[in-house]
Design a protein. Sequence first.
Length: 389
Amino acid sequence: MASDDEGPRLDRLEDYLRLDPCNCALLAEAFDAALRRGDATRAGRHLRDAQGFGAADAAWRLREAHWLLAVQRIDEARDALRRLAADADVPRSMQPALAQDLAYVALRQGDPALARATLAPHAAAVQPTEPLDEGLQVLWLRALHRRGDLDDGAAWSAARWRHGGLAAAAAGVASLIALDAGDFARCDAWSAFALARHPHQPEALIGRASVALAGRDAASARPLLEAALRLNRDDGRAWSSLGFCQLLERDLAGARASFDAALRRLPAHIGTWHGAGWTALLRRDLTAAQACFESALALDRNFAESHGGLAVSLAMRGRESSARASIDRAMRLDRANVSARYAQALLDGDARDAGALRRLAERLLAGVPAPMGGTVLDLLAGAPAAPAD
């Protein structure tokens, strides 16, 4: 994030450079200040000046890689970092920083497995009682989270938390890992800890909002999610959580738009497909609902709730044979799957009118967790009957 505090300092350093333009130490300070400020143009000018004076040591080669990252020349930055890491003359003390940069590039390029492998010697091998750079902790946990290694991420975070070594920003990432592992208590504790020290930590904002949504508190969740989206409009998890928030607020049109935005960024997130599917059911857009649950199944055919949601959409469309097949699959995976039982009751005619449907919902759905807190009954109750699009 750009720092406005660097502006006056950068101006002073450049004034000094006008008097002493060949001073590589001043050029290094000016370059670093410009990059921290987010001014890649001025940083690039100082980099070229230093290179023109013959500055080519490891520190300046690393600065060049950082500048390439700043101007989004990711492949070139990766190659520069790899050359540095393979150079026997580069000081060993620089290796953790190089690993951190290479892991960052791997995450940018969608390869969390490589990010994990790159950071493992500098994170997994470090005892939880030993100090560890906050930025490295954040990248390590992001690599674990994006790779789906929730158990490893939760265990690593918990160990450092017990010994007081979990950095605040890393606790924010850990809160999202805990959320996805179904551990709301740790999500609550870690997100609160992170936000008390870093009010704009993105994962903590989403984790904290999710805790609020689980408590049916959309009013508290919304500003947290809006803050997350101000930081990054491409945050798919923030859009998804906002969709669930809007479901609680009965804003079905808004929920649909938010889930659509989330799925453009996170097409492989099953929970978001479920949210989009239930939103479509509530809007009475049964074709879209069926497509959402089928998309969830394409990602994982062993998730009973995806089969159950599909069964409901098929039953509501009158597709009896297909609905019964989906019911059977859901029940084989989870005999207690209530969405499948709901679909079965619809097919059996136990809900011939609105009153009967309501009584059925009360009996079958009241105890079923909805995608984000509360119950499916809470979502279905009072939903406006919108025509299919």
